[in-house]
Ligand binder design. Sequence first.
Ligand code: HEM
Length: 508
Amino acid sequence: MLVLLGPLPLAAAFFSYWIFLALYTTLYRISPLHPLSSYPGPFLARVSKVHTVYIVLQGKQHLYYKRLHSIYGNVVRVGPNELSINEPSLIHEILGHGGLPKGPFWDPWGHPPTLIATRDVIEHAHRRKAWSRALTTSAINDYESIVSRRAQQLVNRWKSLFTCQLAFGESAALIDIAKWMGFFTADFMGDMAFGGGFELMRDGKDTQGMWGILESGVNPTFMLSHNRANSILAHVPWFGLLYRRVVGGSTQRLRNFARENVQRRLKLGASRKDLFHHLNDEEGHEPMPPSIANVCAEGTLAIVAGADTTSTTMTGVFYNLLRRPEAYRRLRQEIEAMFPDREEPLDSGKLGRMEWLNGCINESLRLYPPVASGSQRRVERGAGPKLLGSYLIPGETQLFLPTYTMQRDPANFVHPDIFLPERWLPNSRIGIHNAAAFIPFSYGTASCVGKGLAMLEMRMLIVRLVQTFDFHVPSGVPGRQAMDWEDTLQDFFALQKGPLPTLVSLRK
Ligand code: HEM
């Protein structure tokens, strides 16, 4: 017999159903029946990922995971179905060839998915081919002149700031290194991905508002920055879908920006081989040319993945050179020996052999890994449990290697919180040094394909700046002080940084 319910009993039935479901799920997640019940972790993390969203909003996710590992040990349950694994010996099994595919964290990162968000292993390998062709050692050599042109532009812009200051009798200018590193890397990646697009260094500010989306926090229209939105939504993909429908999202603005630039570039034609040339398959390696939507998506990825990461690392280098004058002196000596008479640092071979410079960059990458909490992987549904070392990981478990925690673990690096470029010198006798635990570019088949380009860019710019300028800690600057810079870091998947006000003067 069919019984018709009125609106009130219907609503009551509806809510009772959801309350029952929520209660049942919670009890299951905290019960010994859950397959991850034997892994220790905070109680709230067992219940729901909403707890993680709260942590992400504070921007201190990296410090939170480090604290959890110090309390609970090397493997911690950080979500109902998620583990954080601080075990360098498992890096190869998790990230290496035949390891685990990417996890659902990557689902909300826009459509069509870019290389970094492609979870299917075969599709990922196929997409990566164009990137790999674009970033071979010989292709990177073709980009030296693009880096050098932008490095010279930064030098000239800073010199023009001195001219203004000199008019007021000042011999040094107060420069926010973090901001200018961001401008440099965005302009450079814009050149690489679209043959131009940003002119942040020229304008000295973010006139189009695009850099703000990449870099900053919440903007006034209640659209979260690209990285911050994604880093939050990725923990709760169901909410991500809702957010995008209701609020929109900065990803779309970035994609529109990319589309305009791709169309401009296609009209102009290519005058040189850059990243766009390869991503657009202008040499015809594939049977079908890529769609414009894909070229836009991959170009946007290049800017998102390549700009902030390198600018944070270079800012970290200058921050530490200011704090350790003897490290700064040693860098100057090495630069003078390698490029006497301020010769332009164009030779990537020579730059690669500069041990102190590379030690400084490695230390910045170790202390402030731009992707501080690693990149999620998952034991696939239906694949059964996976044995990783002595840990049995049930199917459908998501996991990640917490890069910041691992690289600051005294079990891997002696004096882990101190900037010591000397630990990277060949024959260093400084103490514990587990290079296998150093994974700022991740590891394996989905590791950072842009590593070579990033290293070239950072080496060339740092040398050019140290050749031309002197850097000092300013005194009496209102607001944040140079020595607080590390505290400004916020982990929204990619580290975001605050200003690094620095007194910069021209070298005699
Ligand atoms: C200091 C600079 C950089 C750091 C620390 C860094 C770090 C990373 C990390 C940790 C990943 C994630 C890998 C994974 O999922 O396991 C990644 C992926 C990626 N990065 Fe970088 N990156 C840097 C610069 C660049 C640059 C300059 C480019 C541009 C050419 C770039 C392009 C990419 C791409 C395309 C991926 C996706 C790779 C894949 O899924 O196969 N990165 N990067």
